[in-house]
Design a protein. Sequence first.
Length: 236
Amino acid sequence: MLHTYRARYQRGFTLIEMAIILVVIGFLVGAILFVHDLLRNNRLRASMSEFNRISSSINTFRGKYNALPGDMTNAASYWAGETNGNGDGAIAATESDHAWRHLAKSAILAGSYTGTGNVATTLADSYVSKWNDSVWSFVAPTSTNANTWWGSTKFGGKNFLHLGGVNATYSSTPTFQAKDVEYIDTKMDDGIIYEGKILGPQLDLNLPCEAGTAGNYYYASTVEGVNCTVFFMLNN
């Protein structure tokens, strides 16, 4: 009797039991991946909300002061000690840190910024995103290389918000995977990497965020590496 009990106890799992276990494990792995993607997409949507908040603040600022933050030529007459811009209609990277101060001084966008433009204090100069220690910065295309979207005439005179990690005095370090930027682009624009109002990194940066060939580039969404930043065109 004892021998029979031990034999049954030690017989191991049947094929049916193993199949059930594998199904349960597969279900758990799938659930974990689903939750991971859900949380990541929620954070990406938070980045989109940040852009909408900043863009709305800029529109409010322009309506009130008839100028763009950072670019306004008479900022010092409103707030003592503030740096004036050149009034050319472009919020260049060199005016980015002052733009945040102008928005804060006007009480249109909350925050406190040093305005030093120093690499060691960039996080104190820019609007810090909740996405992976990234920062928002203002840039305006200035390249004359027509082979890149940065130098394309259709983007000339446009202002952009750039979201990425800190490098030098603006946000040029990749903090996104290609599929992240594609998600943002699809939700907010046309999903095409170098068209519309949401753009991937400059072509001349040679980052593995894109795939394809000239005239037919697309997001390298199957590449898992963190290779991308993202540009958002402003409506001013």
